[in-house]
Design a protein around this ligand. Sequence first.
Ligand SMILES: [Zn+2]
Length: 356
Amino acid sequence: MSVIEDIIIEKLNVEQFLIKEHGYRMTKRRRGGTELNGHCPLPNHKDKNASFSVNKNNGRWNCFGCGKGGKNIISLIQAINGWRQDQTIEYFKNKLNIEVSEFEYVNKILKKLDDGEEVEKVEEKEFYEIYLDRPYFRPATEFLDIVTKRVDKWMIEQWNLLYVNSGHYKGRLIIPIIWDGKIISFVARDLTSRSERWQKIYAKLIKEDTPIEDIKIKQHKFGCSKVLYPEGTPINKIFFNFDEAKKQKTVFLVEGVFDCMRLVSYGYNAMAILGSRLSNFQYKEIVKNFEKVYICLDNDVKEDGRNPGQEAAQKILQNLEKFIYVKNVILPIGKDPDECTLDEFKQSLDICNKMF
Ligand SMILES: [Zn+2]
């Protein structure tokens, strides 16, 4: 974030700004709470359910009706007015009489260095409340016939899985992500055939030479992504199941949440990197918290002969082996950990352990 953005956020009283100056009707979710609740102010969303929440301290906002959200008040005002970012910043600069003096500038930079790269934390209760309160975020146990395609009852209870039957996240399994004991975000995984249908549309768009940006817009519009995260999720600074995993010194690194839940149910200490690449932050956390790492990424050979899972695994192996004991577990061809039976996984691990 730029210095000027930092200053805007520091100076602005979100509550006063929205309620007194803008006339939005918002109420606090509970006395003394920091979340303001009201109808979504975005122009494209006719919100009947008061799906919108904004944190009065940091301006982080989310609409659980249309799925839009952002980290601060700047992105909110930008979205409401349909402005560009530079227009929005200009507006606030004038409004708050901000002049970035050299002194302020240097101080900001120093403060940034002090803070380091911290994961943005959300008050657990507040965030949990926001989505748990929505009537359409239901315990997954109420939809066993749908969700047991991918998860079993034990997993649902172990990770407090939810299922959504209306709104932006409709047809998705909700997997909370916990960090330092707090729910900081969630994975919303499609359980309908929407993402498969999208694959067909996608193939057609590619054939027609549609620009990649237009494709992304279409994908978002159709809500077709296999996995969605609420906007503002610091995806390259988190793992799934990290709190539990770091209680032990050996960890099994996997790509996705299902892989992780499957291996844990088999008795292995797994955590998911939510993708196949690691950021510097994630490398540091792994080196800091573990002594032994087993990499268990997908082993899928694509039509062009490439194997992106194993290419990624090699890269992680090379980066980690300078610091800690690390091994790459090669699963049966075409499989990811979620698709392995316990025996198949055990065998792959045995082979891996016999190699030096
Ligand atoms: Zn909305």
